[in-house]
Design a protein around this ligand. Structure first.
Ligand code: MN
Length: 215
């Protein structure tokens, strides 16, 4: 809105002047929440709040997997730093861990995209990276349903969020163990189901590209 005239006067394919930006980058956070129903909370900072979705199965890095994301109430930005226990008897009682965090960038105008039910964006976290989309499927009331989908790019992989959670404790694994997850992805396991092995092989070059970016 504020930069409309600035942009109208310029052809950004022909000039190296910035199209926008320069403000503090927007944060995103994903929290693993052991409430009455285990779920992941996916939050994107916009206009001074965290737009929030509850994702029962958690984000998948596999572009062929769509994950239900139920829109919930906006949370304060400070909630991105919340970890620990919500005491019994309170709303959402249970343990909250930070699963991933970083910065995000919308593709196009985010408010209009949310209104229209299709928000494309990039994530730059430790686990979730690259291009994603949230698509609203139904409901315009208090809890509309969306789908969170990974786009095909160098950061896609045939795994989901639970690959980064310790099955014994149900807590997110350490950074060192995350590296092992990425490393294993580059080499198809003989124990993998045939379909997964093919996928892992197909994504080998992309995974290699990813790791070269993160190092
Ligand atoms: Mn929650």
């Amino acid at each position: 809105m504020g930069l409309r005239e600035y942009r109208k006067k310029r052809d950004f394919d022909a000039t190296t002047e910035p199209r926008g930006g320069g403000r503090a980058r927007r944060i995103f956070v994903v929290q693993l929440h052991h409430a009455s129903h285990r779920h992941y909370d996916f939050r994107l900072e916009l206009d001074g709040v965290l737009k929030s979705w509850a994702i029962p199965k958690g984000p998948s890095l596999d572009p062929s997997v769509k994950r239900l994301a139920v829109e919930v109430e906006d949370h304060p930005v400070a909630y991105a730093d919340f970890e620990g226990d919500i005491a019994q008897g309170n709303y959402g009682a249970g343990h909250v861990d930070t699963f991933d965090r970083g910065v995000w960038e919308p593709v196009g105008a985010p408010r209009e995209a949310l209104r229209d039910g299709e928000l494309k964006f990039t994530l730059n976290g430790d686990i979730l990276r690259g291009s994603w989309v949230l698509v609203r499927t139904r409901g315009y009331g208090s809890k509309p349903s969306w789908l969170l989908i990974k786009h095909r790019d160098a950061f896609a992989a045939a795994i989901d969020a639970d690959a980064f959670v310790d099955p014994a404790t149900d807590r997110p694994i350490s950074r060192a163990k995350r590296r092992a997850v990425w490393k294993n992805l580059a080499v198809p396991s003989t124990q993998a189901k045939p379909r997964e092995a093919v996928r892992a092989k197909a994504s080998k070059s992309r995974t290699t590209a990813r790791r070269s970016v993160t190092r």
